[in-house]
Design a binder for this molecule. Structure first.
Ligand SMILES: Nc1ncnc2c1ncn2[C@@H]1O[C@H](COP(=O)(O)OP(=O)(O)O)[C@@H](O)[C@H]1O
Ligand SMILES: [Mg+2]
Length: 270
């Protein structure tokens, strides 16, 4: 189980301060919803957690994002092993141009996980899972477990070799989830992960998140208050780059402390 802690995080785009000092402890084994109006910095916060921001040009980040006490912004940090602890679901899934099986097997392959490492992930996902000293068998077993945990196995088990691009968007998003689980990610980050999905696919992702939250932490951005109410154990409300209020979902939705939170929850603020 990975623990995530954010300390005095500031993000500047082209010199403009977009995150204005965020301090947040992410509770373990829960679903955390980041809510707030469009443009308030939800995506920026989420992407800063796994250092995805640096892909874009003029960005400056100060502060700390600690995964199990290790600062991901430390120049000496082992970015590859830290990123391995996190899976990222974007608004639209991006399957790799290969088969369903290979999409899930890709992570363990590029991370050069041996049979023991593959078995360890399988066992962490499913206690009592079968193990194999044969790497190929171990991998096939892990792919199956990940697809089951992502709620996709029954729909794809007869066509693991067919291109992932033929899956529906909803199925592709569950495939993204399976891919994250396959490298042993313990923290799932989702940026409005259901925004491109139809209601049934949305419900499927929500159900998998619920099931996984007994074991993992899930941090998701959503602008749909109803979804936050359905799913979140913990809510983080942001406004104009600041963290206005955070706490157990029950408290934020029923008795928020700040007037601004109250107005947003009531729907007085878009
Ligand atoms: N790469 C970027 N370069 C410059 N400004 C950006 C960039 N990404 C986001 N912004 C700006 O930062 C602010 C926060 O954006 P974002 O984190 O995407 O908000 P949200 O996800 O809450 O809608 C917005 O004003 C947005 O225009
Ligand atoms: Mg966003």
């Amino acid at each position: 189980m990975s623990h995530l802690s954010i300390k005095d995080l500031h993000v500047y785009y082209e010199g403009v301060e977009t995150l204005k000092g965020i301090d947040l402890e992410i509770p373990d084994k829960s679903i955390v919803a980041i809510i707030g109006p469009s443009g308030c910095g939800k995506t920026t916060l989420l992407r800063s957690i796994n250092r995805l921001l640096e892909l874009s040009s003029d960005v400056k980040v100060t502060g700390r994002v600690e995964i199990d006490g290790e600062n991901i912004y430390d120049p000496k940090a082992d970015l590859i092993s830290l990123r391995k602890k996190m899976g990222f679901l974007s608004q639209r899934p991006f399957p790799l141009p290969c088969s369903i099986f290979d999409n899930v097997a890709y992570g363990p392959k590029i991370h050069r996980m041996d049979a023991d490492a593959i078995n360890a992930v399988a066992l962490s996902l499913e206690a009592g899972s079968k193990v194999s000293q044969n790497r190929k068998e171990a991998l096939a077993n892990l792919v199956e477990i990940c697809l089951k945990k992502a709620g996709l196995w029954e729909e794809v088990k007869e066509r693991l070799g067919s291109p992932a691009s033929r899956l529906s968007i909803g199925q592709q998003q569950r495939l993204s989830l399976a891919r994250a689980l396959a490298v042993g990610a313990e923290l799932i980050l989702g940026d409005e992960p259901t925004s491109a999905l139809d209601p049934i696919s949305t419900k499927q992702i929500e159900e998998q998140f619920k099931a996984l939250s007994s074991q993992y932490s899930i941090v998701m951005v959503t602008h749909i208050l109803r979804q936050a109410r359905r799913l979140a154990d913990y809510v983080v409300f942001m406004y104009l780059g600041e963290l206005i209020e955070h706490g157990p979902a029950e408290k934020i939705f029923n008795s928020p402390e700040k007037e601004m939170t109250r107005r947003y929850i009531k729907g007085d603020m878009s």
